[in-house]
Design a protein around this ligand. Structure first.
Ligand code: FNR
Length: 190
């Protein structure tokens, strides 16, 4: 019997028909049952401004986000690539969660990164720029398998279901390995 874990899923796109969000939902569906995954919304977070922290004028959206994230054991990032890097909305969420100094919500949480793109490069640049932040934030991040999902538009049906059996199987295995990674890092932290 495996201990259950709360896992936040952060989606790096606000687009209504976002492939990233559809892919995130598919990953949630394919995950082992002992993971309690939920998408934590980041679209209404105010832009990070250090004055708000320094002057104790914390926006309600930041407070809610920080409180929610502090209850999580792990984080799954599902992101597109914007201009070969991490979309601003996702970077903003990372910055909001990282402060005030010494009170980061990210510290020690297991993480995994899934990038995607309609193109062939599969969000590689976003995936690795994101990993750079995760190193600094001290998040033990799943190394293998790496997940770069290219040609995403052709892999989803209009309802957002992954239609390609090979991709579904890859995503299922990815979530199983991530679950084991979370189990392992939780044991080390205990
Ligand atoms: C893009 N897109 C894109 N794609 C890519 O593979 N590499 C890139 O660097 C970029 N850059 C980029 C910048 C901006 C501002 C936009 C709006 C788009 C295309 C992107 O992959 C495509 O719009 C996806 O559909 C975005 O992901 P969602 O919204 O479907 O999750």
């Amino acid at each position: 019997m495996r201990n259950s874990h709360n896992v936040a899923v952060l989606v790096g796109s606000l687009r209504r028909e976002s492939y990233s969000r559809k892919l995130a939902n598919a990953l949630i569906e394919l995950a082992p049952e002992h993971l309690a995954l939920q998408i934590v919304e980041i679209g209404t977070l105010e832009h990070y401004n250090q004055d708000f922290d320094d002057e104790h004028r914390i926006p309600a959206s930041w407070r809610t986000f920080r409180d929610t994230m502090s209850l999580m054991d792990a984080v799954l990032f599902v992101t597109p690539e914007y201009n070969r890097s991490v979309p601003g909305v996702l970077k903003n969420a990372i910055d909001v969660g990282s402060r005030p100094h010494g009170q980061s919500v990210w510290q020690g949480k297991a993480a995994a990164v899934v990038s995607n793109s309609p193109g062939a490069l599969s969000g590689f640049g976003a995936n690795h720029h994101l990993r750079q932040s995760l190193v600094f934030l001290d998040m033990p991040t799943l190394q293998q398998p790496e997940a770069y999902i290219g040609g995403i538009a052709a892999l989803l049906d209009p309802a957002g279901r992954l239609t390609n059996e090979g991709t579904r199987e890859f995503c299922r295995k990815f979530m199983e390995v991530f679950a084991t990674w979370i189990d392992t890092t939780a044991q080390v932290a205990a």
